[in-house]
Design a binder for this molecule. Sequence first.
Ligand code: SF4
Ligand code: SF4
Length: 470
Amino acid sequence: MKQEEDIYAELDQSFRDKVSTIDSEGKRVWVYPQKPKGRFHQYRAMVAIACLALLFGMPFIRMNGEPLMLFNVLERKFIIFGMLFGPQDFALLGLTMITFMVFIILFTVIYGRLFCGWTCPQTIFMEMVFRKIEYLIEGDANKQRALTKAPLSAEKILKKASKHIVFFIISFIIANTFLAYIISTDELFKLISEPITEHVGDLTSLLIFTGVFYWVFAFFREQVCTVVCPYGRLQGVLLDKNSIVVAYDYMRGEKRGKLHKGEERTIGDCIDCHQCVAVCPTGIDIRNGTQLECVNCTACIDACDHIMDKVGLPRGLITYASEKGIAERTKLRLTPRIIGYSAVLVLLLGILSFALISRNDTETTILRTPGMMFQENPDGSISNLYNFKVNNKTHKDLSIYFKVKDVPAKIKIVGMDSIISKKEGAAQGSMFIYIDAKDLEKRSTKLKIEVYSDNRLLETVKTSFLGPVK
Ligand code: SF4
Ligand code: SF4
């Protein structure tokens, strides 16, 4: 049986010396992919609708009166599933970043670019929104090509202008949604309803976002995936021979050759019809093997399956497979490696979810006031002075009180009757803790101080208490 190297050695290797979207003079080659259709496209369209509904709907969903998701970078205020996260949550942020990185690496090692093809916002907007509008207004690939080449006419101006106007309007809607995730829908509605002069900054951001989205989807297109996206460029180091990718089954397809009526076929199943190339939105030939430009959009799977149906050959000449699976002629199946890595992924997500859900409503620091020793009081008690700060991570004011755990003690707050930690804010002050001298066994006693609000224990903070040497 021929090996991969032998098969590829017989093929034209010139594709390795150039980028499919740049010609020999360094100019951009515009890609006119044929309209995709088929079962994978239908599944992807369903996933895209669900993703778009989530993306556009989420800013309007409220939880406890606050947005479900908010990423206000300017004010360093983040809300995830109604929970407020601020700069004090840097430990959680660190955990999230590490989980995210490990998740990306493990996920890609097993499932390749599944994310790019099915749920990446760039692919969804480009292939399922903007490209569909283009097909609707300008027609399929050949008509688009002909329209671009055609001399200026009323029809050309009308089609091109209407397409770009629709593109701009959709970009404006996307920019509004994007801004809603940053400043919230409440602020966005103010921006729309109040005089422009009061929101010059936000309006400028909105127009910049609109311009960027319009430029990306109208002109830059697949270059985002092939030139800019760091995830795409990482594929070379993340994928291995076991990763699941959209792949051409060269063992079955080669040696490729045209199909002639009535002739008994003695070569491979690929009839060299180029349909897989014609539908590719990044302009590549998947038969050359896994390439950085392939966003795993599945359009070539559908196109090839359609051809195979027409010529009476089995589907799956282009399919989801691993390089090893193709070389060894084994079908895609659950291997211990896939199960093991997937289990690690689920575990990582579980740990992160637990860390997020079990996060305290407050973050309290209680420290002995610097430079102060202990005081011996006439009633036989020893007192220490502390500074406290209670960060409130919730959306409501909290009335706070402290209790010393395990040791009989009294607490006296200095200069205030009660501690009110304002929503999304903090309360700070000083307090004395009194402990009877006979209850102290050594010079420094470890204390656990419980932080309560409405009879609910919020957290327990550790500090120390100084007393005389025994
Ligand atoms: S669509 Fe299938 S048969 Fe046609 S060229 Fe591509 S791989 Fe070969
Ligand atoms: S090679 Fe196939 S899966 Fe990859 S981008 Fe092109 S059409 Fe999509």
